[in-house]
Design a protein around this ligand. Structure first.
Ligand code: ATP
Length: 284
């Protein structure tokens, strides 16, 4: 760890790839760490590099190792199904981690849930207790603190990659929160005093847990996810483009990450696949 790591730091200080690397633990030793000022979407950038030709060595930007790309500002941050993820310079951590997997693409369906657990457990180390909303949101005080967008691609050499995009709110202005429309949250300031340190902790935990997911799938994460479940035992609606598909009591997730929903008291729960559906607490 370098001596500069100990200097007092402000949340508005620019991200530093060198400091993130200095803080990162051994699980992330083999990860490349890159920081850019502004870009459209870190997920889009890494996906383009997965598609680049790494076979003939023609493309210097092609990915050859797990790669973290963090941006001070994303101008076209993405959510699921073409939705937008908004942020402002230095007001968030917006980053993506491209990770190579030696499993078929379909084995990655539970990955967003493992990533949610990873974010929640890391934030707990920073003194912040968050909860998870199925399938891909991190809530703080019932409001959305972070979003997860995982996109997968196969490289020209047939390597399967997951690009794990995360947006974590740190200091969104009131105005931006209003623009977002849905209920959003910022991290408590004490936890985000040093964004490099937080990013390094997230990278280290992600690297450790991606290795665990690659060897054992979602198995090690199911109980952990269910302990963090924001709506356990509560009445919820499952919506598809605003239309109610199901309603019932959210019980938790099953071994492959489907939501278990009890639609009638005493009945066997149904399983709900993520797809492009949304979960909302039932009012009243
Ligand atoms: P749903 O809540 O319906 O399940 P989702 O959580 O899957 O949707 P995503 O696609 O992950 O939604 O994220 C995009 C949505 O998140 C946007 O439509 C907007 O409502 C909200 N959003 C956008 N930017 C932010 C932000 N910085 N913080 C919190 N919420 C945001």
């Amino acid at each position: 760890m370098s001596t500069q790591s100990f200097a007092s730091h402000s949340p508005a200080a620019p991200l530093s790839a060198a400091r993130v690397a200095a803080f990162a633990g051994h699980h992330a030793e083999h990860c490349r760490i890159e920081v850019v000022g502004a870009t459209g979407s870190t997920n889009a950038d890494l996906l383009a590099r997965v598609a680049a030709d790494n076979v003939s060595g023609k493309s210097p930007s092609a990915l050859t190792a797990p790669t973290l790309l963090a941006a001070e500002m994303q101008t076209a941050g993405r959510g699921r199904a073409g939705r937008s993820w908004l942020s402002a310079p230095s007001a968030a951590l917006t980053f993506s981690l491209a990770w190579p997997f030696s499993v078929p693409l379909q084995a990655l369906v539970g990955l967003p849930l493992a990533v949610g657990v990873t974010i929640a457990e890391t934030l707990a180390d920073f003194g912040v207790a968050v909860q998870l909303k199925w399938p891909n949101d991190v809530l703080y005080g019932g409001r959305k603190l972070a979003g997860i967008l995982i996109e997968t691609a196969t490289a020209p050499d047939q390597q399967v990659w997951a690009v794990i995009g995360i947006g974590l709110n740190i200091a969104l202005s009131e105005q931006l929160q209003q623009q977002i429309g849905s209920r959003s949250a910022n991290l408590p300031p004490a936890a985000a005093q040093d964004r490099d340190l937080l990013l390094a902790a997230l990278l280290t935990a992600l690297a450790r847990n991606m290795q665990q997911f690659a060897s054992a799938g979602l198995a090690d994460f199911v109980e952990r996810w269910n302990r963090l479940h924001a709506f356990a035992g509560q009445q919820v609606l499952i919506l598809d483009q605003g239309k109610t598909l199901h309603q019932g009591v959210a019980l938790g997730i099953d071994h492959i990450g489907r939501l278990l929903l009890q639609t009638e008291p005493g009945s066997t729960p149904i399983t709900v696949m993520a797809g492009d559906i949304s979960l909302r607490p039932k009012q009243g």
